[in-house]
Design a protein around this ligand. Structure first.
Ligand code: AGP
Length: 606
């Protein structure tokens, strides 16, 4: 998730770019940069630095430059640390490039074209710039076509060639990019947010087509050079709405970004259908050399860990503990040099989790962290980092970060099972195929939200709500309960279904909402028995099962079925149902969904 802006026209390009970067900063704020063509001779101005757009703006304050063509970028780091060198734009010979996406084969390209000694940054983007320059001999379209043919991965490229003074060239695959032309000139941006101040008519840049932005218009051509007329769109959002891409809240936008976040986290780590962490620098010895695993995290991240435990422990058959970081750091944890500590943190700055990491290292353990923010403190202090690629998560309630934490635990669990001889390659391939199928299961839930909204209208009336499940279902009920309570302020608790009889069922009365998750075949009957018990006491039951499960008569008031082929993977679509249930409940209660009371996005205080 990065922010891209490009402009060529009669306005002052520097102002247009800086304003656009401010609008796009929600997409990534590790670093920012701009490149300007003066239009005279071959001089090109490049300014880029780590830090927010405000720091870049300050640097540009006293700049005396006349330019009407330029590109700008806000970075959400995926490859390479957060520093000035890795910030975009990247220059290679006559080429200036900004990029949003992940080039999966950049290492191969470095070797194939002998770029190693030319590179100054750690980014995959610079490799693409080198390749464009390698192929550029005056024809930008030929250079772009030949480069794209060599690349695998996702990209939104904005390219300037030093000797073509007033044009910007764009091409994309998966990563978003829109373009617009008006009398003041032509614009390209990651999303419509940055275009709205100038026009409400735009088009989505078609994948694998080359768009040329000129001061007097925009042309689009396919790879054979045939002209293309893209579909023009109109937007009637204000700026604030546009940053949410038209969604009413960041949380709903981020729930919808989950398929892309999953693809960006999983796909770069698959080689021939098997998990491959060579680019992460995580060797099999790290995964096979330990005799126990301690998962340490807070909140949602800790609940992702609960799912990880429920998945991994039965396969690798060594103890996997899940530890609340704020407790772990003050205990005398049974952690030593044979322990692999798995730290999970979206922000990479949670103080309790960081303290637990430091204690683990004092005890001699190796720390592998699953982190979403590149270069964050937890990432920097870990022995190994498994970055998730969810992009910036703005809403306080974690959704897409949770989803990619799960995917990361599934990938690590699979690779660990192979390394420990618990999975044959064939079994691992099947596991990975089911994991990638989960992305379309998530998409299906996102395309059928209406009944979830209806269910929320009933939950919204409650003071208390209970989530029940067994095994994996219990593990992801915990997260469902946290989501509901933290944004709707309804007192929600998750219980192992078999535990209800030991006290909690005393709280069930007429119309008490019970959200029951029953997707695990081997214990389905037991969970249904527990649901009967709460039904007998008047509970309002929302039941979530796998598609095709046998639903007993009058067992629930509302039933959701998730399209998964195997129990282990139901967590992905179930998580979306529980996220949406919480979201709609909070929104119906007129609460501040993105900034719930008393909470902060990153808990950097004890
Ligand atoms: C989740 O919805 C909450 N925002 C909170 O529990 C969060 O998951 C927790 O504070 C951990 O944050 P981290 O992942 O950034 O470490």
């Amino acid at each position: 998730m990065c922010g891209i802006i490009g402009y060529t026209g009669r306005l002052d390009a520097l102002n247009v770019l800086l304003r656009g970067l401010e609008q796009l900063e929600y997409r990534g704020y590790d670093s920012a940069g701009i490149a300007l063509l003066s239009g005279k001779g071959d001089d090109r101005l490049l300014i880029k630095k780590a830090g927010p757009v405000a720091a870049l703006k300050e640097t540009c304050e006293n700049l005396k430059v006349e330019s009407h063509c330029g590109i700008g970028h806000t970075r959400w780091a995926t490859h390479g640390g957060v520093n000035d060198t890795n910030a975009h734009p990247h220059i290679a010979g006559k080429v200036t490039l900004i990029h949003n996406g992940i080039i999966e084969n950049y290492h191969n390209l470095i070797e194939k074209f002998g770029f190693r000694d030319l590179l100054v940054s750690e980014t995959d983007t610079e490799v693409a710039a080198r390749l464009l320059n390698y192929y550029y001999s005056g024809d930008p379209y030929e250079a772009i076509r030949r480069t794209i043919r060599e690349i695998t991965g996702s990209y939104a490229f904005c390219i300037m060639f030093e000797d073509i003074h007033d044009k910007i060239f764009c091409v994309r695959n998966v990563s978003p990019m829109v373009a617009a032309h008006m009398e003041d000139g032509s614009f390209v941006a990651s999303d419509v947010t940055a275009v709205i101040p100038y026009t409400n008519r735009y088009f989505v840049i078609p994948e694998y087509q080359i768009v040329t932005l000129g001061q007097d218009g925009i042309s689009v051509q396919d790879f054979e050079g045939n002209p293309v007329s893209p579909e023009m769109l109109e937007v009637n959002w204000n700026i604030e709405a546009a940053q949410k891409n038209g969604f009413p809240h960041f949380m709903l936008k981020e729930i919808h970004e989950q398929p892309e976040a999953l693809r960006n986290t999983i796909t770069p780590r698959l080689e021939n259908g098997l998990p491959d962490f060579s680019e992460d620098g995580i060797l099999d010895e790290v995964l096979s050399g330990c005799d126990k695993i301690a998962i340490v995290a807070c909140g949602t991240a800790m609940y992702a860990g609960m799912v990880g435990k429920a998945l991994i422990e039965p396969i690798i058959k060594i103890p996997v503990s899940v530890n609340i970081a704020s407790e772990f750091r003050y205990e005398s944890p049974l952690v030593d040099e044979k322990t692999l500590v798995l730290v999970i943190s979206q922000s990479g700055e949670t103080i309790d989790t960081l303290a637990a990491l430091r204690l683990s290292k004092e005890c001699g353990a190796k720390v592998l962290s699953i982190v979403n923010v590149k270069g964050s403190t937890i990432a920097r202090e870990s022995d190994y980092v498994f970055y998730t690629h969810a992009g910036p998560e703005i809403a306080v309630a974690s959704t897409k970060a949770y989803m990619v934490q799960l995917a990361s635990l599934y990938l690590i669990g699979c690779r660990m099972s192979m390394a420990r001889g618990k999975f044959t390659e064939a079994e691992a391939r099947t596991f990975i195929s089911r994991l990638t199928d989960s992305i379309s299961a998530v998409q299906k839930i996102l395309e059928n939200k209406k009944r979830i909204k209806e269910a929320a209208s009933l939950v919204a009336k409650a003071q208390d709500a209970f989530f029940v499940g067994r095994g994996l279902d219990y593990a992801f009920s915990l997260e469902g309960s946290l989501k509901l309570k933290e944004i709707s302020y309804i007192h929600a608790e998750a219980y192992a279904a078999g535990e209800l009889k030991h006290g909690t069922i005393a709280l069930i009365e007429k119309d008490t909402p019970v959200i029951a998750v029953a997707t695990q075949d081997h214990i389905y009957g037991k969970t249904i028995s527990n649901i009967r018990e709460v039904r007998a006491r008047g509970a309002f039951v929302i039941l979530i099962t796998k598609t095709g499960a046998e639903i007993p008569e009058d067992i629930c008031d509302i039933h959701f079925a998730v399209p998964v082929s195997h129990d282990q993977f139901s967590v992905f679509p179930v998580a979306v149902i529980l996220q949406l249930l919480a979201y709609y409940t909070s929104d119906m209660k007129g609460l501040n969904v993105d900034k719930p009371r008393n909470l902060a996005k990153s808990v950097t205080v004890e």
